[in-house]
Unconditional design. Structure first.
Lengths: 203, 203
């Protein structure tokens, strides 16, 4: 993207992120969930948020509910709008992480290039977590009835049915949400967070 | 704005904001600074952030540096782009506040209607703080050399010179940054925060 903004000067007095991290007792960063509709993104995001919050973490979920009704309310579901939606989420997630939060992003984000752009926005604190479940499994669950609508042709470009899902090639973590319980999946991710966001010696 | 997004379902398991506020020991909310270029927005925002951070608050500044290079990098300075920029900042500030942070927004935001829209995005936790200094004072300071450029005609639609600034009609707080020192101004705002963000009995 060409940056249009000019006459912007940088300021040096920001509280540095490592100072924020020390105060919070954990690093900030992005847990970028990606997976099909029905792969468990929302369920796992909110369960994980609750568990981390109860342990004293600064943690926040970005999902369709708080993004699509606000920041991205001007965007639809065309390929260009989806791309712009994911770009904005990547930027917002990077701000939250820089502010010291563990940000859980719960969007299908089907395209590798879009996820790569989100990673670039956050640099070294981006953790791609692939919630792996096949279309058949997700379609059986169909928690929002979207697969049914998609099969009836009521939703164009539906990921997994009429639009592609590009699985991550090198994610930081793969969670098998097809065969493992919610509890097991959450524990997998909690283990990952403990390893990667909490300093080795005390909190 | 017409909301284009459909097929979005709400989820009920989010950690409620009042539970976050209790854990942090203070409310979340938005300190929406508005004022001319040179009125002290950036200086006061970062000084206030440091002081609040040192007191243990979750606090974060949104400003040109972290917004214009990222989330709004696709926007220029046309009236429509400025409006969209402020809209996005209002939405992001509301997310941060909902996550428990005191969000300090440091943008000129010259139009009443744009600020009203930002207030609507955040509902009851939006605090408009007018950094009041006249154009002559700001132009004398000219910390970024922008007034000089504007006078030479190098910056079109420059607020206070060739574009209007609509002063707040009913702001939550007015800070006279023309005659008062940085220290005095910061203390004014700190007092306001203590009164409005900290529960009366202990933290």
């Amino acid at each position: 993207m060409v940056q249009k903004s000019t006459n912007i000067t940088s300021v040096e007095h920001r509280v540095p992120r490592d100072v924020r991290w020390k105060a919070n007792g954990h690093r900030g960063g992005i847990l970028w969930f990606t997976g099909l509709s029905g792969s468990g993104k929302t369920t796992l995001a909110f369960e994980l948020e609750k568990r981390l919050f109860d342990r004293g973490f600064q943690v926040y979920v970005l999902d369709g509910d708080n993004i699509r009704h606000g920041l991205s309310a001007d965007l639809g579901f065309s390929p260009a709008d989806r791309q712009e939606n994911i770009r904005r989420i990547g930027e917002v997630a990077a701000l939250f992480a820089g502010a010291g939060n563990i940000t859980i992003s719960a969007f299908i984000s089907p395209y590798r290039e879009d996820r790569r752009q989100a990673r670039r926005a956050a640099d070294d604190i981006f953790h791609e977590i692939y919630l792996n479940a096949d279309v058949e499994t997700c379609e059986k669950r169909d928690p929002k009835g979207l697969y049914k609508k998609a099969r009836r042709g009521e939703i164009p470009d539906f990921t997994g049915i009429s639009a592609p899902y590009e699985a991550p090639e090198n994610p930081e973590l793969i969670v098998d949400t097809r065969s493992r319980s919610v509890e097991q999946c959450v524990n997998d991710i909690l283990g990952y967070v403990e390893q990667n966001f909490v300093p080795a010696k005390g909190r």
